[in-house]
Design a protein around this ligand. Structure first.
Ligand SMILES: [Zn+2]
Length: 384
């Protein structure tokens, strides 16, 4: 089944959109938030937990999976979906971000990036072609183009060089998918990644080349790396104003609820981030009225669930007092119950945003959400 994206509604007052796309592993509703299953698991959660939370698409990391267990093992086990027992859609990143961020000793050449494994120091090479072959071997539904990102702040000449290389690598990735398709493989969708950091002119220059290539969707790369919310959102507005209306737009690495809603308001369809689940494992969860630190002594006798507005399996059954006790005692169940809430909360957030776009009331939803999130109203200790 070919990848197809259908735009279902556009908000009249903002850039917000609602849509859906078809994959061989089911339909994905947008706006979508993708939990991150780094090595083929969203830590402490099973695929059934993700399905119960309403998740229809998951992100896995190519870099981690190619090093362990290795693409040959995954291929022999029938692909990632079968290997990990996940029936929904899957997007893999290209591995580019990890080879450049987890490896001090990487060497970027025109051919690709040479790096050492963070596991055992062994030498590897990831090229635009190899990134496509590995993602195909993993059996992903959506693959990402191998891009060159620079660590910001960087001199303008470095940003320019990374943009030029990103475009050349994008072409090579598309050519590799064509070769795979001639062999009866390479059925996955492929998204291009726009680069240029926070230099608006460089982002425009990058997209003037990238936008002409036959990608199935486009991603906003090189953002949320420390530039700050207002500058990041300015670049999001810039890119979305230029990306084609009829293709999905993916903002990489964004997962703070406020950023998610503000990005949706500027026309983003998909996002991913480890933030909600990583925070949850460390005992901090987002709820509708802000950020709740579970260990806080104020919750020692609090009978309320984490989020009184949430209907996840954790909030339906357990009190803040019990969750606090689990975290203070170092019990694994605390991490798991907090993660169940974290994924459910993000799914609920994007579903509510989607419903608001479809009903033509996104602006009211957005201001109501932002006001409540800033209120911190249920974060205080319950009145005794
Ligand atoms: Zn909950």
């Amino acid at each position: 089944m070919p990848f197809s994206f259908k735009l279902q509604a556009e908000d009249a007052a903002t850039g917000a959109r609602a849509g859906c796309f078809a994959t061989p592993h089911g339909e994905v509703l947008t706006p979508a938030f993708m939990p991150v299953g780094t090595v083929g698991s969203v830590k402490s959660l099973s695929p059934d937990d993700l399905t119960a939370a309403g998740c229809d698409i998951l992100l896995c990391n190519t870099y981690h999976l190619m090093l362990r267990p290795g693409v040959d093992t995954v291929r022999k086990m029938g692909g990632m979906h079968r290997f990990m027992g996940w029936d929904g859609a899957m997007l893999t990143d290209s591995g580019g971000f990890q080879v450049m961020s987890l490896n001090e000793l990487n060497r970027v050449r025109e051919e690709g990036v040479e790096f050492r494994s963070h596991l055992d120091g062994s030498r590897h090479m990831l090229s635009p072609e190899e990134a496509i072959r590995v993602q195909d071997g993993l059996g992903t539904d959506i693959a990402m183009s191998f891009d060159h990102l620079v660590r910001l702040p960087a001199p303008p000449a470095d940003v320019r060089e990374a943009v030029d290389r990103t475009v050349r690598w994008a072409r090579r990735g598309l050519e590799e998918r064509t070769r795979l398709r001639e062999d009866g493989r390479g059925h996955m969708a492929l998204f291009g990644i726009n680069q240029g950091g926070t230099d608006a002119a460089e982002r425009a220059r990058c997209f003037s080349e990238l936008g002409a290539l036959p990608f199935d969707g486009f991603a906003l790369g090189g953002l949320w790396v420390g530039e700050g919310r207002s500058l990041g959102l300015e670049m999001v507005e810039r890119d979305c104003g230029e990306f084609p209306r009829e293709k999905p737009r993916y903002l990489m690495g964004v997962g703070h609820p406020v950023d998610v809603i503000e990005a949706i308001a500027r026309g983003v369809d998909m996002m991913d981030c480890v933030l909600p689940t990583r925070n949850a494992r460390r005992g901090t969860v987002f709820i509708d009225s802000g950020r709740l630190v579970v260990r806080n002594a104020a919750y020692a006798h609090d009978e309320r669930p984490l989020d009184p507005e949430c209907d996840c399996a954790t909030c339906r059954k357990y009190t803040r007092a019990y969750l606090r006790h689990l975290f203070i005692s170092g019990e694994l169940l605390g991490m798991r119950l907090a993660s169940v809430h974290a994924v459910h909360h993000m799914m609920s957030l994007v579903r509510r945003a989607r419903a608001a776009v479809l009903d033509g009331r996104f602006s009211a939803f957005r201001s109501g959400f932002l006001e409540k999130f800033a209120s911190r109203e249920t974060l205080a200790a319950a009145a005794s």
